[in-house]
Design a protein around this ligand. Sequence first.
Ligand SMILES: C[S@@+](CC[C@H](N)C(=O)[O-])C[C@H]1O[C@@H](n2cnc3c(N)ncnc32)[C@H](O)[C@@H]1O
Ligand SMILES: [Zn+2]
Length: 279
Amino acid sequence: MSSMPFDALACPLDGCPLTPSDNTWRCENGHSFDVARQGYIHLLPVQKKRSLDPGDSKEMVAARQRFLGAGFYEKIADAVSEQALRSLPGDARGSVLDAGSGEGYYLRHLTGSAGDRNLATIGVDISKWAVLAAAKKDKQTRWVVGSNANLPVMPESLDLVLCLFGFPVYSEFSRVLKSGGQVLQVDAGADHLRELRQIIYPELKPAGDNGASVPEGFRQLSSTVLRFPMTLPDRNSIADLLAMTPHLYRATSEGLAKAAELESLDLTVDLVFKRLEKT
Ligand SMILES: C[S@@+](CC[C@H](N)C(=O)[O-])C[C@H]1O[C@@H](n2cnc3c(N)ncnc32)[C@H](O)[C@@H]1O
Ligand SMILES: [Zn+2]
C-alpha cells in the first residue's frame, strides 16, 4: 500500500507548522491539538465555528454512508479517481486534499485505485460526524475537522484539491496548492436528480450558471459531463438520497409525502467535472 496520511498540517490559529508527538500536534506558539481516539484531529477553533455542530448532521452522514456504501454512486467515484490520478505527478508522491470530504467515500476509492502510485492524502470536513465516520473506516488518510475557509495545511503543500458536491473557497485552494497544482471540482448539472426534484418541488428552478466563470488565480483545463441513469429500488434508498442532500429541508411537505409513497425511482445523474490549474 503506497498511500499515507498527509502531514504538512498548519495551526488553524496562526498558520505555523504543526508537529506531532505523543498523539498531540503542536505549533511553536504553544497551541496543541489532540488526536481523537478514532484517529482524527480537530483543527476547527471554537472561535471560528459558526454553530455548535456545523456541517452535515449525524443523520445526514449516516444516510450518505448507507447510500454510497450501496454503490449507487460508484461510477462517480471511478470517474473522480481516474481524473484525479491523471492530474497527479506520475513519479513523485502526489498529495491530495479532499475539501468537504464527507464520510470519506471518494478518498477511500482514490487510495484504493492508486495501485503503485505514491499518495499522501488528507480529508477535511467541518462536520465532526463526517470526519469521525471517515476515520473509523480508513487509517491511510489524515482526517481533520476543519473548514475550507481556513484549511489547516501549509501553503503550497498540495498537488490536488478535490471539491466534490462541496463549497469551494478558491483563495484557500490557491494558497495550499503548489504552483501548477490542480482543483478537481464536481457539481450537479441542470438535470441532476431531475425526476426527484419534480416530485418534491412545486416547480423546478431554472439551472444556475454552474460556475461558468473561471475563478481568479486559476485556468480551466477541462469541463466534462458525466451522465447516467440510476434506479433506486426501494423506499430506504430514496429516503437516504433525500436525507443526504439539502432537498430534505427545502422540499415542501406535500412533496416529501409524495416521495415517501414511492416504491422505486428512476433518476438521471448529471454532473459537471471541472479541472482547474493554479496559474
Ligand atoms: C454535499 S456534502 C458532500 C460530501 C462529500 N464530498 C461527498 O460527495 O460525499 C458537503 C460536505 O461539506 C461539508 N461542509 C460544509 N461546509 C464546509 C466548510 N466550510 N468546510 C468544510 N466542509 C464543509 C459538510 O459537512 C458535508 O460533509
Ligand atoms: Zn499555533
